[in-house]
Design a protein around this ligand. Structure first.
Ligand SMILES: Cc1cc2nc3c(=O)[nH]c(=O)nc-3n(C[C@H](O)[C@H](O)[C@H](O)COP(=O)(O)OP(=O)(O)OC[C@H]3O[C@@H](n4cnc5c(N)ncnc54)[C@H](O)[C@@H]3O)c2cc1C
Length: 445
């Protein structure tokens, strides 16, 4: 197979939510698309997800809660409607409306979407290849990307197209890139994603001249309880402590370090930056009953998250007093005295001095931890996808450091930098909207 040459209209590298959506959209328009997938199956993290295709309902809300580049806030918030309509037009089943996090959406049949996307690509004369990696992009004398060098167990092949789309799902699978972009604790953060997304898009894009600036420390992820069985994708959602925004988080020194009410995804970034990269999550029975045993979204089963955590080897305690919680913390490497002092001060502020709580709690009522039993659980940041990535314009063209596009090169999904920063407005929505936008660029838009 070596040196065999094949020519297409579009090369898509990565067959997850962004790549397969872009490929199907381009194939619907009659383009011949080759989709290269490194894993044995298509679908990426999207196939492991709960399929909640949600976003924030307006550009303003996206700008406030997502915090990314305003052009992408607008693209995702406005493109969502067209993206959902396009999926419905392809008979992808959607649930009734669900209300995750700060936004709104549907549970979408993503496996059905991916199966149909493959049929659409192949029906238009394209191909979807699995177990294949792209080793390098091919460029012409002007630096325009004109193809890719692919490697499969059976051999190597150069393929050619006027457009190449990078949609490899981010760099969370690379300890080296996590450390470079997220800081020293990034190296050891738990992976809550498909293992294949290890920065191929970022490496291929920068090698072709694209810019991938550092400085965006954000990522989508959750605080999870530790477990010897971590790595089994079936535990990714079950061990996630989605309700940490209602709890109190303490670092190893015994101090609060963030406004927990910003949301579990934001608490996850903040915890990663703490010494030791972990936190003690404390709640009382009122918080636990209201938020720790409820379904995270309407279509998910309710579970007692503390019980599930303890059953899977999490380090936690259900205690009669906050003093016992502090002793548990002390036995696990936290500062016992400071933990107790911080919790006492937290309760004092909640009762009589809210304006002096530091950091403040902005988004929910600040209530004292007052009803036994009390819950203490050691939580760790786990990363689902990275927010730093390739610098792109709003047509998803990869840009050089001087702002000029790298000819022929596009990116979508988690390979795009700065769609989000401190906040989050939906990973599947970002992948769908940027993927469809990239297809639009290929189609002349
Ligand atoms: C457990 C879990 C639950 C989630 N729940 C939700 C949810 O309910 N709602 C939501 O909005 N988001 C959710 N997400 C996040 C969502 O899945 C991602 O944001 C989304 O899939 C990103 O799309 P993508 O196309 O960028 O990456 P992916 O969908 O991960 O696709 C990337 C693809 O690229 C492939 N690839 C990587 N490297 C190469 C290479 N070198 N060559 C070829 N192929 C390569 C990968 O194997 C993968 O198939 C969840 C994720 C997980 C893991």
């Amino acid at each position: 197979m070596q040196d065999e040459q094949l020519t297409f209209d579009l090369i898509v590298i990565g067959a997850g939510m962004a790549g397969l959506s872009a490929a199907a959209r381009a194939a619907e328009a009659g383009l011949r698309v080759v989709v290269i997938e490194a894993a044995a199956e298509v679908g990426g993290s999207a196939a492991m997800s709960g399929g909640i295709l949600w976003t924030l309902e307006s550009t303003a809300k996206m700008a406030y809660h997502g915090g990314g580049d305003p052009a992408f806030s607008a693209l995702v918030a406005q493109g969502y409607r067209d993206g959902v309509a396009w999926l419905r037009g392809r008979d992808v089943h959607m649930s009734n409306v669900v209300n995750p996090l700060n936004g709104r959406g549907y549970q979408a049949d993503l496996l059905g979407h991916f199966a149909q996307a493959v049929v659409t690509v192949e029906g238009a004369g394209g191909i979807v290849v699995r177990d294949t990696r792209v080793e390098r992009l091919l460029t012409d004398a002007e630096g325009r990307v004109v193809g890719a060098h692919t490697v499969h167990a059976d051999g190597e092949m150069d393929i050619f197209a006027p457009w190449t789309l990078l949609s490899t799902g981010g760099f969370q699978g690379s300890a080296e890139l996590r450390e470079a972009y997220l800081g020293p604790n990034g190296r050891s953060v738990l992976l809550r994603s498909n293992p294949t997304s290890d920065g191929a898009g970022l490496r291929l894009g920068t090698a072709a001249g694209g810019d991938a600036p550092k400085g965006n420390l954000g990522f989508y992820g959750h605080l999870v309880s530790g477990s010897p069985a971590w790595g089994d994708p079936r535990l990714f959602t079950r061990l996630s402590q989605y309700h940490s925004d209602y709890t109190v988080l303490l670092n190893e020194a015994g101090h609060r370090f963030c406004d927990e009410s910003e949301g579990d995804h934001a608490n996850t970034h903040q915890t990663l930056q703490q010494p030791g990269g972990r936190a003690l999550m404390v709640s009382d029975d009122a918080i636990h009953q209201a938020h720790g045993v409820t379904a995270v979204v309407e279509v998910a089963p309710p579970e007692d998250r503390m019980q599930v955590a303890l059953e899977h080897g999490g380090e936690g305690i259900v205690a009669d007093t906050l003093d016992e919680i502090a002793s548990f913390a002390g036995a696990h490497g936290f500062d016992r005295g400071q933990c107790l002092a911080t919790l006492s001060d937290y309760n004092r502020c909640a009762r009589e001095d809210w304006e002096n709580l530091s950091p403040p709690r902005v988004h929910q009522p600040h209530k004292p931890l007052a009803r036994a039993p009390y819950y203490g659980l050691i939580v760790y940041p786990a990363i689902t996808f990275t927010f730093a990535g390739l610098r792109c314009d709003d047509r998803m063209r990869v840009l050089r450091a001087d702002g000029a596009p790298v000819g022929g090169l596009l990116a979508a999904g988690a390979d795009v930098g700065d769609v989000y920063r401190g906040g989050y407005g939906g990973g599947l929505a970002a992948a769908l909207t940027t993927g469809l936008r990239a297809a639009g660029t290929v189609m002349g838009g």
